[in-house]
Design a protein around this ligand. Structure first.
Ligand SMILES: Cc1ncc(COP(=O)(O)O)c(C=O)c1O
Length: 372
């Protein structure tokens, strides 16, 4: 199979921008002409529209998702001396955000099927911790699949900790009919240009139903100001800017259609790859609606697939190559077998709403040919 498929895979950020026609340009023009570039009407409108979309009381825009994690923890007074439990298989940004708040990341293993926190492992890790040290369990809805929120909520509660959510990869994913990012005490979103809801630069948000907490988010994202020029506490500068907020409003209006298309393409992959030996397609737990931020398969011999896929011009990737407890910045002498196995086996096949069926069939042809 030597045919190059490269032309079938337009990069997502560019294709997503183009799919919006002239609307992004019109929105940008509106901001440019407004003369107001930071914390103006666009940010306010996006925060309200996204809160309504999620079904949550308050959304506060931030400069990016990592800052969002820091702000969320600081607003909840989770700082030095506290720990936050998170999955060992996750982007390093999550642990970096926890550290930035001054807290210590403590890891637990993932569920083998869904790549999200394993409740049994969480229970075991919590048992080993000094009472009161772990202040929060941070569930990451990895690849767009909701974590097991019911079990995690109960475990956190029994330990006297709170449940927080990182919904940076799960915009519009549902757990028991409710949007991810609305079930914990607070949640964080990234709108990095590759995300399902994507800005044209860095952007993020924190969300909560608690009006007092939302007010604290607003103060902390702007120098800790309790009123203009008067800092009531230590804050940072992490504001969502007007241009990105305007871009996000255009994209938000298209999120449902984009999610539907992601699911259609995932179904094509599932149907073609489901029965093949040597590869396992994503599992969706009952009661969950996956949004396929990534379409991640497990391969018993990943290199055997990587080589021909790359040779055919298919943009495949490994999310993520090293578990957090094995990374120099966060190293912990622990063994998390499912996370350690995941990094050896996972392979992200291309999936975004602007791909054709032909592109997905082309990937499946290469895989089928290689494994047969
Ligand atoms: C799950 C998760 N959390 C946090 C982040 C950090 O977001 P950002 O890159 O906007 O800082 C990302 C994205 O990189 C992410 O995927």
């Amino acid at each position: 199979m030597s045919r190059s498929l490269h032309h079938l895979f337009p990069p997502y950020p560019l294709a997503d921008q183009r799919s919006c026609g002239g609307e992004l340009f019109e929105a940008a023009q509106r901001v440019l002409e407004s003369g107001h570039y930071i914390l103006g009407n666009e940010t306010k409108a996006f925060e309200q529209e996204f809160a309504r979309y999620l079904g949550i009381g308050h959304v506060t825009g931030t400069a990016n998702g990592t800052d969002g994690i820091e702000l969320m923890l600081r607003a909840l007074d989770i700082r030095a001396g506290s720990a936050v439990l998170l999955p060992a298989h996750a982007p390093s940004a999550v642990a970096a955000g926890v550290r930035r708040a001054g807290a210590e990341p403590v890891f637990a293993d993932i569920d083998q099927n869904t790549f999200t926190l394993c409740p049994e492992s969480v229970a075991e890790v919590l048992k080993q911790q000094r009472p009161g040290r772990v202040r929060a369990v941070l569930a990451v809805h990895l690849y767009g699949h909701p974590a097991e929120l019911g079990a995690l909520l109960e475990l956190a509660r029994n330990h006297g900790a709170m449940l927080l959510e990182d919904a940076s990869q799960s915009h519009a994913a549902l757990w028991q009919g409710r949007m991810t990012g609305t079930l914990g005490r607070a949640s964080v979103f990234s709108f990095y240009p590759t995300k399902n809801l994507a800005a044209l630069g860095d952007a993020g948000a924190v969300a909560t139903d608690d009006a007092g907490l939302a007010e604290r988010f607003s103060r902390l994202r702007q120098y800790g100001w309790k009123e203009r020029h008067i800092s009531g506490e230590d804050g940072i500068n992490s504001r969502l800017d007007e241009l990105q907020a305007a871009m996000l409003r255009v994209k938000l209006a298209r999120l449902d259609a984009a999610t539907l298309r992601r699911r259609q393409l995932a179904a094509v992959y599932d149907a073609r790859l489901g029965g093949l030996l040597g590869i396992a397609t994503p599992v969706v737990r009952p009661g969950c609606e996956h949004v396929y931020h990534q379409y991640v398969v497990r391969c018993t011999n990943r290199d055997r697939l990587l080589t021909p896929l790359k040779a055919a011009g298919v943009p495949v990737a490994v999310h993520y190559p090293v578990p957090l407890h094995r990374q120099p910045a966060f190293a912990q002498d622990r063994h998390f077998p499912c996370s350690e196995e995941a990094v050896r086996e996972v392979l992200s096949l291309p999936l975004h709403p602007h791909l054709s069926d032909e592109a997905v069939h082309g990937v499946c042809d290469v895989i089928e040919f290689t494994l047969s």
